[in-house]
Each structure stands twice: as structure tokens, then as C-alpha cells.
Design a protein around this ligand. Structure first.
Ligand SMILES: Cc1ncc(COP(=O)(O)O)c(C=O)c1O
Length: 402
């Protein structure tokens, strides 16, 4: 921000999403943060470069570690989550993988909710055990299920809320309190909500993770990830963690685009939530629909927790039809406006069916399977920013075919 806010008022979320963390005086007054497309940085003397390498002089040394466009994004994201620091990655999985493989070591245990994004499932089921890290899946929809499995060996408790792809809501405060009691890190993948709707650190989590690819960028034109939390952990991830070692760093162009997308985050989330609520209500009242999960429907099992920890609903819901998987295929093929695509959080409404994608995945990997709690007929809908009436029309005409 330029100068202190008047009357000591803390600027609101939307204001900070537009202004925070960019000092125009160092950028010739440019309205928009410049894109520093550079791989490396030059020094006047070798002593200067040595001081930077030793951490005595704060300047970037090499693009895999730091970039000024990335830094604006990191400062802004940390602020929006109410955290000390943030480090961004080349993708959401870059963030998840770097986090786990940097903070966990051989012999550690990580407790993971039984339903997580499919690639995170692959990471926890296939990769972590190969490095001697024990993964314990637990149904955290009742946080008391953690009590028998948490111990001093537990290094991390990891979950998403709302959960991809079910849209169930997990109680951040209750889970984080249990993790803290045994000295474990509580880590929340908050991709489905974005900081406009949910700030897990305010409910006791240690770290929050985002696929920036989704709502935070919001325009479906890049991949990015972030881990946000205390300065010591974030610096460990940045300096010694997997991002540094594997090079899973974010391009300065992507950082610029995320900053651009974030300016409308609050506005977009309001609209995603308002339209999704109408769609969830329509689906819940439709005879062709067997089940809908949208946390902000009063009938949803996650409603009470969602009201406590989320400002509003996002655009993510899951549902299945009375006519099962075949009906879902017919329904999806009839859609004209809603696009059949993976990913979420974009302006375009997107629908996918994890069970159908699994059929294809099985050809490449016979061990592939759906996460716990995900069944064959279930569809996941990411409600976009189109006119609500157009989306309702499209979904209704396709339901007639199902
Ligand atoms: C909840 C969640 N976390 C992490 C990821 C991974 O993000 P990316 O696709 O940017 O690697 C995704 C991707 O869909 C996701 O939905």
C-alpha cells in the first residue's frame, strides 16, 4: 500500500488482494509489478555475491531461489492468509510434493484424510512409503477418529477442506488441536476455498497450501502452487527444500498472471458461491438426482463446520444421479455450456467424473483406484462465472436426458 491507511484502519481483503506488497517507488511508479524475466543476477564485486550467498546481503542470487515478481506474489499471499511468509512453486503438486518430501524424513508418520486429490493420493500411497515414511489414512470427517492413531511419531496431519472431489468439509480447529497436542504439523490444502473464503491458520493450522492453478489465479491459463505459514518453515522449504533441489519453481510470467488474477479473487468467489448455491438447490430438488454435496446447503453434513470456518460457499459441488454411472455419461454428453474437463476454479464451468477417468487410467496403471469415499457415479462440478440462468438451463436440459 502507498502510505499508512487513514485512521489506522486495516485494509480489507479485496484491497489487500489488489495492493499489498508492491512498492511502486522501486519500479518507476509502474501501476503493475514488472515481470522480471531473468534466470540470474549480476554483482558489482565477487565480495557482494559472496555476501548474498551467505545471507548477509538480501538480494536475489539465482532464479530458482528468488525472483522479484514472485516475491510480490509471495508477500501478498502470506498477507491474505494472515501468515508470516509464503513460497510459490511451479504447480500445486510442486507445492504438495516439496512440502512433504522436505518436512518428512525416514521413520516419520504422516496422517492423511482418506479422500484427497488423486495426485496427492498417488504421492502418499506410492512415493512416501518408498522413502520410509509411513502414511496412515484416516476418515477425519469425525476428528475423534484421529485419537487412536496420533502419537509422538506423527510428524504431520494433512487434509483438504473442502475435500477434492467430494466437497465434504473437515473441521480445521478440531483436527489442528489434535495435531498440536502430539506436536505434529497440521497442514490444510485450502485450494477449494481460497483465502477469500477460508483462512485455515486462523483456526489453528500450521501451514496452508494452495494450487494457485485454481481459484487464486482463476483463469485457467497457468499452473502454480504455494505453501504459506511461519517464516522458519517457509525459509526451510525455500532454501533447503525440494523446490531448491528439484527446481519446481514458478515462472515470473506465471507469478505476474497470478497477481493479475488475484485482484478479482474476492469478487469472483462471491459470484462462484452465489451461482453454486442456486445450482445445488436445483439439483437437491430434482428427481433425477440421487445425492448432492454442497457444504452451504443446510442439509449437508458439513454445513455447521462450513458456517464456522468459511465465509461463504465456493463453486465446488459433487453429485450423482439416480441413473448411476450410465446416466452420468448421458448427462455429461448432453451438456452444451458446461465443459467436460478436469481442473476447477476457472471462469468456465467444468465437469468431470473421477470414476470414468479411472477407467482410462487403469489401462496405464492397473493399480489406480478412487480415493476413499469417492464412488463410480459421482460427478464433480466446478461452477464458473457464466450467467446463473444459462448454467441452470444447461444442467436442466441435460438432466432431462439422464
Ligand atoms: C485440492 C488440490 N490440491 C492440489 C492440486 C494440484 O495442483 P496442480 O494441478 O497445480 O499441480 C489440485 C489439482 O487439481 C487440487 O485440486
Amino acid at each position: 500500500m502507498n502510505g499508512p491507511p487513514r485512521r489506522n484502519r486495516v485494509p480489507g481483503f479485496a484491497t489487500r488482494a489488489i495492493h499489498h506488497g508492491f512498492d511502486r517507488t522501486g519500479a518507476q511508479g509502474a501501476l503493475i509489478p514488472p515481470i522480471y524475466m531473468t534466470s540470474t543476477y549480476a554483482f558489482e564485486t565477487s565480495a557482494e555475491s559472496e555476501a548474498v550467498a551467505a545471507g548477509e546481503l538480501l538480494r536475489p542470487l539465482y532464479g530458482r531461489e528468488e525472483n522479484p515478481t514472485q516475491s510480490v506474489l509471495e508477500t501478498r499471499l502470506a498477507n491474505l492468509e494472515g501468515a508470516e511468509a509464503c513460497v510459490v512453486f511451479a504447480s500445486g503438486m510442486g507445492a504438495v510434493g516439496s512440502l512433504m518430501l522436505s518436512l518428512l524424513s525416514q521413520g516419520d508418520e504422516v496422517v492423511v484424510h482418506r479422500t484427497v486429490y488423486s495426485n496427492t493420493l498417488a504421492l502418499t500411497e506410492d512415493a512416501l512409503p518408498r522413502f520410509g515414511i509411513k502414511v496412515v489414512p484416516v476418515d477425519m470427517s469425525d476428528p475423534a477418529n484421529l485419537d487412536p492413531v496420533l502419537s509422538r511419531r506423527t510428524r504431520m496431519v494433512y487434509f483438504e477442506t473442502p475435500v477434492n472431489p467430494t466437497a465434504e468439509v473437515l473441521d480445521i480447529a478440531a483436527i489442528a488441536a489434535r495435531a498440536r497436542a502430539v506436536g505434529a504439523l497440521a497442514v490444510v490444502d485450502s485450494t477449494y476455498a481460497s483465502p477469500a473464503l477460508q483462512r485455515p491458520l486462523e483456526h489453528g493450522a500450521h501451514l496452508v497450501l494452495h494450487a494457485l492453478t485454481k481459484y487464486i489465479n482463476g483463469h485457467g491459463d497457468l499452473l502454480g502452487g504455494a505453501v504459506i505459514g511461519d517464516l522458519a518453515t517457509i525459509e526451510r522449504l525455500r532454501r533447503h527444500g525440494l523446490r531448491y533441489i528439484t527446481g519446481a519453481t514458478m515462472s515470473p510470467m506465471s507469478a505476474f498472471l497470478v497477481l493479475r488474477g488475484m485482484k478479482t479473487l474476492a469478487l469472483r468467489m462471491e459470484r462462484h458461491g452465489r451461482t453454486a448455491q442456486r445450482i445445488a438447490e436445483m439439483l437437491a430438488g430434482h428427481e433425477a438426482v440421487a445425492r448432492v454435496r454442497y457444504p452451504h446447503l443446510p442439509s449437508d453434513p458439513g454445513y455447521a463446520a462450513a458456517r464456522r470456518q468459511m465465509a461463504n460457499g465456493s463453486g465446488m459441488l459433487s453429485f450423482s444421479l439416480v441413473s448411476g454411472s450410465d446416466g452420468a455419461d448421458r448427462f455429461m454428453d448432453r451438456l452444451r455450456l458446461v465443459l467436460r474437463a478436469v481442473s476447477l476454479g476457472d471462469a468456465e464451468s467444468l465437469i468431470m467424473r473421477p470414476g470414468a477417468l479411472l477407467r482410462g487410467a487403469l489401462r496405464a496403471d492397473p493399480a489406480a483406484h478412487l480415493a476413499g469415499g469417492v464412488d463410480e457415479p459421482m460427478m464433480r462440478l466446478s461452477v464458473g462465472l457464466e450467467d446463473a440462468d444459462d448454467l441452470l438451463d444447461d444442467l436442466s436440459q441435460a438432466l432431462d436426458a439422464a
